[in-house]
Design a protein. Structure first.
Lengths: 187, 500
């Protein structure tokens, strides 16, 4: 019996692990990454108060404002702690070096993120099926797939399954867009 | 209606060929997806949520339960064969299953894991079935006031139990509650924070949120990982698997003990299958006459871990069905499934949907029996799934989740919303925020807000109303205790260690 395995699932299983482990960011970039969520939450909270204050009766605002208060108290506490721990770090790396290392480690994931963003905006424009062909082919290519027959079988097999299950069986009409509508007319 | 009559009714409902087929498909898909390292029960259930749309509510939830049971077992397969737990629940299984497999007994290790899981699941299903009714009767005591406090208690418990940092868990949970306050005001229908997007005016689409933070988020990490196993040439035989079955049958007391541990741990909100598996494994080791052999391929270690982690699966359904507080990440996603099919989770579930709740629990019997057959049949071939290349898997999952997010409301916006929450999940995971409290907040948010508003109406705006019932007071005390548990432990434990 010969097996070689990496213990990746152990890493996946824990929600609490730091996925940027192995890439040490310079202080400013660490601060951006670690403060991103609490700062966004604070901005959203301010916006919520801005759009609801004076427009909705106070008795109905007590609940959302209670939620906002607890969330922001914890966020401020976290921001304080994060800033302190970032400040405590005695060395700071060069930004270029850290970014290059990060890109090298997460290259395929970054490509995946970019392709996914393009994909979700492409769906209503070109149609679900054509956008999916683009997304799947691009992701496979960037992750090293060079076998056209296998790639083709996977792409058209899955889209055929989706067509049969969702369009024919459930009766859903995915966005048809420019390309899909032309293709379906031809078919 | 007597317990036996309820059982017979549920069995009659499930025994229809179509339902048996749905259960079988659910279990098989669960085993297959659970055996792919990196895919947890939560991801699997999230991906398949939209596929349940054409099903009746009870059968849809049964399908999700079967996926959950199957995925929980599926995680043991790569643990046995390639030293990689497919799900968190199988982490303890690796310690003895893989050494056993390496010693030339992969079939026996697989057989033990299959039958221990099945027994764990079956025994715990019986206990839950008997417990569900009394718990449902207790839940009748819950009014709006108690529902509000219970919601806060559930969030606090899950936030504390699942995160390294209580504050981050609370931020995640309250972020979920905050998101649920974005649509129109529930009593005056005035718009709140919809960003001018019509799709957010009436409700926050919770299924795209669930799919985003569980499935899409995981894809980012799967992409950067190479194929799990480059070379896997593992031969298993049916005879060897039956040997494993014989071993499990010869250890009934150990099975019962591990199942009991798993059931108790599973019923605690936030404590997952990995905790159950580890506690059971450690207990088996401490009570063994040969503790040194644990971790070196002792079959009892596999029995302990597998029967406990499958009992956790069933145990986690107790707080989910009786109180609306999920016992695990997967049951949190299943709460979204309940809502999707018009079943409102919470203490009133056993009043309003008693039949559905009973059907779900009884389906666990069917799921475990079918799992025995399916796992036995496909175990020889499953190693091919374990080594499925991620470069083909990831794009397929992306497209499946996109159509899944779209299909709920037929809005392309929901696909973008799903991706947005994929990024939110990514930021949270990188910064060590627990994701499950977020989901719980989004799902329970409207229920908690409704309970709060109705309580305030009843009390005429008096906040003391929330402290005027015994159940509410007990829950407030529990909230304080839960929130103080970790800081207190961090002060007390080192001092006790110093004294000792």
């Amino acid at each position: 019996m010969t097996t070689t395995a990496t213990s990746t699932a152990q890493e996946d299983s824990s929600q609490e692990e730091n996925e940027t482990d192995g890439v040490e960011f310079p202080r400013w970039l660490s601060a951006v990454v670690r403060l991103l969520l609490p700062v966004i939450l604070m901005i959203l909270s301010l916006n919520y108060i801005n759009v609801t204050w004076g427009r909705i009766q106070w008795s109905n605002l007590r609940y959302p404002y209670f939620i906002i208060a607890v969330m922001n108290l914890c966020s401020i506490w976290i921001i304080g702690d994060e800033l302190y721990s970032i400040y405590q770090r005695d060395k700071s790396r060069a930004t270029d070096e850290a970014v290059q290392e990060f890109i090298a480690k997460w290259r395929t994931s970054i490509f995946f993120a970019i392709i996914s963003i393009i994909y979700v905006f492409l769906v209503p424009v070109t149609g679900f099926f054509s956008a999916s062909v683009f997304a799947m082919a691009s992701i496979m290519y960037t992750s090293g797939v060079r076998s056209l027959p296998i790639g083709g079988i996977v792409i058209f097999g899955l889209l055929g399954f989706i067509w049969a299950t969702f369009v024919q069986f459930i009766g859903v009409n995915p966005p048809s867009g420019l390309i899909d509508s032309v293709v379906f007319e031809l078919i | 209606m007597s317990v036996s009559q309820i059982f017979i009714d549920a069995v009659q409902h499930l025994i229809a060929p179509r339902n048996i087929l749905i259960i079988s498909i659910g279990v098989t898909l669960g085993i297959v997806f659970g055996s792919i390292p990196g895919f947890t029960g939560s991801n699997t259930v999230a991906i398949f949520l939209p596929f349940t749309l054409p099903l009746e509510p009870d059968i849809a939830i049964v399908f999700l339960s079967c996926l959950y049971v199957g995925a929980n077992y599926g995680g043991a397969i790569p643990a046995v064969l390639i030293n990689t737990p497919g799900t968190a629940g199988a982490t303890a299984t690796v310690m003895d299953a893989y050494p056993l497999s390496k010693d030339g007994e992969p079939s026996k290790a697989l057989g033990i894991s299959i039958l221990a899981s099945v027994f764990g699941g079956l025994i715990s299903a019986v206990i839950i079935f008997l417990l569900l009714r009394p718990l449902g009767n207790f839940a009748l005591e819950f009014t709006n006031r108690e529902i509000f406090v219970l919601g806060i208690f559930g969030l606090a418990t899950v936030a504390v139990a699942l995160g390294e940092d209580t504050r981050k868990g609370l931020v995640a949970g309250f972020f979920g509650l905050f998101i649920s306050t974005w649509p129109t005001d529930p009593t005056t229908a005035q718009p709140r924070m919809d960003f001018g997007i019509n799709a957010l005016l009436s409700q926050v689409p919770f299924i795209p949120v669930v799919i985003g933070v569980f499935a899409i988020c995981e894809l980012f990490f799967l992409m950067s990982k190479a194929q799990i196993s480059e070379e896997a040439d593992i031969n298993t035989t049916y005879g060897g698997i039956i040997d494993g079955f014989r071993y499990v049958i010869s250890k009934p007391l150990k099975l019962l003990r591990s199942t009991g541990i798993g059931l108790v741990i599973g019923s605690m909100p936030g404590a997952g299958a990995s905790v159950g598996g580890f506690v059971s494994w450690a207990t088996a080791k401490s009570m063994s006459s040969d503790p040194d052999s644990f971790g070196e391929g002792n079959p009892d270690g596999v029995v302990a871990s597998e029967s406990a982690n499958n009992a956790v699966t069933s145990g986690a359904l107790i707080p989910t069905l009786a109180l609306g507080i999920p016992g695990s990440g997967t049951t949190a996603v299943m709460l979204a499934g309940l809502l999707l099919h018009g079943i409102r989770p919470g203490p009133t579930l056993m009043q309003d949907f008693q039949f559905e709740a009973n059907v779900i629990v009884v389906s666990l019997f069917f799921a475990n029996i079918i799992m025995l057959i399916v796992a036995f049949a496909i175990s020889k071939y499953i190693v091919r799934v374990v080594t499925l290349p991620t470069e083909y898997l990831v794009p397929c999952i992306l497209v499946l989740t996109a159509i899944g997010a779209f299909v709920i409301r037929n809005l392309a916006f929901d696909i973008r919303f799903m991706l947005l929450f994929g990024f939110v999940g990514l930021v949270m995971k990188v910064n060590e925020y627990a994701i499950i409290p977020l989901i719980l907040g989004v799902i329970l948010g409207p229920i908690i807000e409704g309970a709060f508003l109705r309580s305030m109406l009843i009390s005429g705006g008096d906040y003391m109303y929330f402290f005027e019932s015994t159940i509410a007071i007990v829950l407030w005390i529990l909230i304080v205790l839960v929130l103080l548990a970790r800081p207190t432990a961090s002060i007390v434990v080192p001092r006790v260690k110093n004294i000792l």
